[in-house]
Design a protein around this ligand. Structure first.
Ligand code: IMP
Ligand code: MG
Length: 186
């Protein structure tokens, strides 16, 4: 099962520690607000599940699915969005958009724009991983757990061709699998 894995980048203990740090930041930021957490499927399922259990706040949870990759490791630039609820009430609420990783930024930018079109007046973004070196659009995460180097990673919800989401840690894929050297932003 692990033949594509190169090495562990972030172990379980480190994840637990940084989740607690992030949760404390979020509690401070959203205390007293009408918080709506929107998790982007499928990648953020593990992160969002662990994170909300560390937030002692009244909140609601929604999901949307965004896909832009197909079977490969490069974002194609077009993002398909699907909301799971038909009656999403966004106006007047503090929306926290949760995703697994901010890579080129195209996915979160598209989702954020769509949420504003649907009536949101405040959207903050929260990502488990931030590959800052890969950014292709102007978008920073408001909250993040870790910054990671420019290698393709799997585990803790993140997949390669649909696999490895169940690893409890973050691991780097063997470079030869996604084409040798780390990718550049262009
Ligand atoms: P972006 O639109 O390029 O920011 O891509 C965001 C989406 O691409 C994430 O939500 C992930 O699903 C996927 N992605 C980007 N980098 C990685 C990676 O290193 N491993 C697994 N999935 C990734
Ligand atoms: Mg994703």
């Amino acid at each position: 099962m692990f033949e594509d894995i190169d090495r562990i980048l972030i172990d379980e203990e480190t994840i637990r520690r940084e989740l607690r740090r992030l949760a404390a930041e979020l509690v401070k930021a959203f205390k007293g607000r009408d918080l709506l957490v929107i998790a982007v499927l499928k990648g953020s399922c593990v992160f969002a599940s662990d994170l909300i259990r560390l937030l002692p706040l009244p909140l609601s949870l929604e999901f949307l699915s965004a896909s832009s990759y197909g079977e490969g490791t490069e974002s194609r630039g077009t993002v398909n969005l699907r909301f799971l609820s038909d009656d999403l009430r966004l106006s007047g609420r503090s929306v926290l958009l949760v995703d697994d990783i901010l890579d080129t930024g195209r996915t979160l930018k598209a989702v954020k724009e769509r949420l504003f079109e649907l009536g949101a007046d405040a959207v903050k973004t929260c990502v488990f991983l931030d590959k800052a070196a890969r950014r292709a659009v102007d978008l920073q995460a408001d909250f993040r757990c870790f910054e990671v180097e420019d290698v393709f990673v799997v585990g803790y919800g993140l997949d390669y061709a649909g696999r490895y989401r169940n690893l409890p840690y973050i691991a780097a894929l063997r470079p030869e699998i996604y084409g040798g050297a780390p990718k550049s932003t262009s």
